[in-house]
Write a protein of this length. Sequence first.
Length: 296
Amino acid sequence: MPNLKEVKNRITSVMSTQQITKAMKMVAAAKLRKSQDRITQMRPYAQKLNAILRNLSEAQLSGDSDNWYSQVREEKRILIVAVSSDRGLCGSFNTTVMKGVTRLIQEKYEAQSRQGNVVILPIGKKSAEYFGKRKYELVDQYTGLFSSLTFAHASEAGEYIMKVFREGKFDKVELVYNEFKNVATQILRTEQLLPVVSPEPQTGATSSQIDYIYQPSQQEIVEALIPNSLKVQIFKALLDSNAAENGARMTAMDKATENAGELLKELKLSYNRSRQAAITKEILEIVGGAEALKSA
């Protein structure tokens, strides 16, 4: 039977933990509302931009050697943008991204990885710590974007990605992140950033070609739209990941609070049993002592 003092200390400890997890759940819920509003407002713009780009770019992206954004080269060096969170305590949120990146490397870029030609650009401290420990080459100057998540900061990462691709330092760029669906569900997404391919129509969508009048020219417009589209795609992924992180943390803290409540019930039951056993033992000792006095 456990010691009464030990059980009481555990009850106090679990109650303190429960208060912390409850507070973290409330904070995550408040952040979730804001981040959900941001991604909800961002998606229509990103979808419309992709729709315009789809109509404009089909001719430009098919075999245009002058358009370096769409140049398909031999895949020697690969850059993978891994979007995680800066903090833990959000369930399997970060683990899903790490496993997704690892699976992507094993299934598509195993040969490049063996030669040390897979580089990780982590956005989020957790992915930087994970892949840093596994001796991957990192581009870590964009790790802390979530501390001040703005389009300007996402654009800096986008500018770097386009610069190194154009200079030929990398032949392909992949983006791995969690997409926000609802509070309890996040969907792992892997998207090719560069080289740019013509976006696929969404399921159930009807493709419509619009006869635009181009001024100054179709090629110049497409070359101006593609960089902006890439930056928007990165920013949308960060907003999605941020909302998904808050949803995952809220769910995890809610579950932790429930588990703490269940553990408290068990500990209180154990405490009451131990207390009852101690009282019964004392009564038996008193009765035994009284009987001994009578017989004396």
